[in-house]
Design a protein around this ligand. Sequence first.
Ligand SMILES: *Cc1c(COP(=O)(O)O)cnc(C)c1O
Length: 371
Amino acid sequence: MVDLMTQYQKIKPEVDSAIENVMVNAQFINGPEVKGFQQELEEYLGVKHVIPCANGTDALQIALMAIGVQPGDEIITPSFTYIATTEVMALLGLKPIFVDVDKDTFCIDPEKIEEVITDKTKAIVPVHLYGQAANMEEIMKIANKHKLSVIEDDAQAIGSDYNYTNGTKVKAGVIGDVGCTSFFPSKNLGCFGDGGAMFTNDDELASKIRMIANHGQSKRYYHDVVGCNSRLDSIQAAVLRIKLRLLDEYIDARRKVADHYDQFFTHFKGVKTPVRGKESRHVFHQYTLTLEGIDRDGLNAYLAEKGIPSMIYYPVPAHKQKMFAAFGSDSTVLPVTDWLTERVISLPVHTEMEQEQLDLICSTVAEFINA
Ligand SMILES: *Cc1c(COP(=O)(O)O)cnc(C)c1O
């Protein structure tokens, strides 16, 4: 689905010397590379605070802890997402309240949020799925009206622009109280291992987040709250500083691939190409088709047989995972989520895609559909 080997080859000298520099200086933890990356990402996102951590899942967990959740609190979130979003809720004794998604953007449907708000609701966690932001303007209106916190899961959409209806433009992930992202290698901004970060414009939340990520300590060996240990290491930060400078270029390359797929697939009956919502600039972490009247699993198997990778994100929505059986979540009715789960398929999209590869993928998909 991605070609990280070719991507590395193109930046090898720079990356190798940056990693060597970390080793020579032996500042493996919280060294100058981490600080440098933090500042550069703050600048890129236009946000006051970036707090790096060990991975995207930790980012989501720490963000929830920082807004002061209590066991039993309810968190509104989509079910059509990667499990990390909702798993951390269960881990903290919170109850995920699953809401259906918009058929076109694959993101949480703001119109379905208010009806599930109760006096136990504490926060909304929208997910900017596949690379475009949820309708944050509507979500923030609802959150402000009901005094709820908002934590954005920005693991798939870093670098995406969010467009307000009045024309203001900001980066996805800096609109809610906290934004969370992942630097897992295959993400749009990926490191050479695990990594993650939280973003916020709120000074008080930023210091809480820093404290929680560092064993709940504000002063060394004085631990005020229960926290955890979650750090981005210096080698990963050194890699990320180089790749951050290329992020916009990487996004453009992904968008070009998406343009090509769009052009090719628009004429196919039963194939719905991804809808690019007005509110967000799609960064195409995934290029996901919705198939109607076409055997999706058959296509997936056919592509595999021909040596072409494709993926189903995600074959089982969160509310139907055994993990949540005890929450009674499987009785939640989410028609759009269920409908999409059976029809979506993601094709390879990455920064190193050659025209020949694209043509081969397109013609192989066409072969199956036309057969
Ligand atoms: C990747 C991902 C995460 C988790 O990130 P890790 O770094 O793998 O822990 C969370 N949410 C979404 C939507 C993701 O795609």
